[in-house]
Design a protein around this ligand. Structure first.
Ligand code: PMP
Length: 369
């Protein structure tokens, strides 16, 4: 690849590459361990069969029915009862929230512009920035992995980014961002010039805190991005979405490919949204398992970062990669996100989590032997 005339900013970069290994227990990509319930599988088949009858035609380019249902879901779960409901005009959907983020960067970033994230955070923000020709800036965090708001405000004032990413709960640390911090960073960004602030809430359904969605009211450049890959247990579906002021949704239309969301995707997502309550029931199990992982890891003497997500960051390891490998040798795949001293484990089913805990118990014994 080094010989190819690829764009300068892509030279020497590595692609996103969480290992997809065939091992008994896979707790490395923050997926939901529960397969879709059988009645939903049947509903997907029905909806897809219906869609198949019309596959000679392009799908609804504006995905209006899907956006309407997503707006209803967000209004019901993310806004206070007296708030004005969101409508399809506030919502946009794409193939995974990665594509939502790409469309936002194509629209509000791009050559000559920059985006900032507070790292360690979701590595794709920086990779998608590069892919869209947007400069990437890495902002600071505190030692406990919360955002250092004063330092973040300074970084925004100094570097004048065009797009600000705030991930809450954050991946890989699990830390949630308080509403006050988001308000402060939004203000700091607008003080420079009108600036898009993206709150990535991929994991919010697992949080102890309410969604930051109400902050979009009165903040026309605040975007909340979401996904059906985690709480909805539908990572294979590839459906992400955003909620924002209608003007932001209109702007994104300038870069979206025509008919980007297939009729099959739209039909499947609509079927899943009919079963929201069942799917969110699994979220409660996962939250309890997440809390059990935290408690047991602490009891084993590990350090644990406070988690509001369906995963837990724990440490510390003198040789992080060697520890990751030892756990893999016991048939449990977790994630080394490149944060020195720390590893991340996704909450799985109770028996998967037991297998993981057995593996780390052994590791602890080895290390203290
Ligand atoms: N945002 C965050 C913080 C994530 O961790 C992920 C997936 N790991 C995504 C966005 C992208 O998810 P998807 O494209 O599956 O919606």
């Amino acid at each position: 690849m080094d010989d190819l005339p690829v764009r300068d900013e892509l030279r020497g970069q590595s692609p996103y590459g969480a290992p997809q290994l065939d091992v008994p227990v896979r707790l490395n990509t923050n997926e939901n361990p529960y397969p879709l319930p059988e009645p939903l599988v049947e509903r997907v088949a029905e909806r897809v069969a219906e869609a198949a009858r019309g596959l000679n035609r392009y799908p609804d380019r504006d995905a209006v029915e899907l956006r309407t249902r997503l707006a209803e879901y967000l209004t019901r779960t993310g806004l206070p009862g007296d708030a004005a409901p969101l409508t399809a005009a506030n919502v946009w959907a794409a193939n995974g929230s990665n594509e939502v983020i790409q469309q936002l960067l194509q629209t509000f970033g791009g050559p000559g512009r920059t985006a900032i994230g507070f790292e360690p955070s979701y590595s794709m923000h920086g990779l998608i920035a590069r892919g869209t020709g947007t400069g990437w800036l890495s902002g600071p965090r505190n030692d406990d992995f919360t955002i250092d708001v004063a330092a973040a405000r300074e970084a925004i004032a100094e570097h004048r980014p065009d797009v600000v990413f705030i991930t809450s709960p954050n991946n890989p640390t699990g830390t949630a961002v308080p509403a006050d911090a988001v308000r402060a960073l939004y203000e700091a960004a607008q003080a420079v010039r009108p600036t898009l602030v993206v709150v990535d809430e991929a994991y919010v359904e697992f949080s102890h805190r309410p969604s930051l969605l109400p902050l979009t009211e009165g903040r026309p450049l605040l975007v909340v991005s979401r996904t059906m890959s985690k709480a909805f247990g539908a990572a294979g579906l590839r459906l992400g979405y955003l909620a924002a002021h209608p003007a932001v949704v209109d702007a994104v239309q300038l870069v979206r490919l025509p008919y980007h969301l297939s009729a099959v995707t739209q039909a499947t997502a609509l079927a899943a949204l009919e079963h929201t309550d069942t799917l969110l029931g699994y979220v409660e199990n996962l939250k309890a398992e997440r809390d059990r992982l935290v408690a047991e890891l602490l009891a084993l003497g590990y350090e644990v970062t406070a988690s509001d997500a369906n995963f837990v960051q724990f440490g510390r390891f003198p040789d992080t990669h060697a520890a990751w490998r030892r756990i893999l040798d016991r048939g449990v795949l977790i994630r080394d996100n490149g944060v020195p001293g720390w590893l991340r484990v996704t909450a799985g089913t109770p028996s998967e989590n037991d297998a993981f805990l057995d593996a780390v118990r052994d590791l602890k014994k080895e290390q203290s032997a």
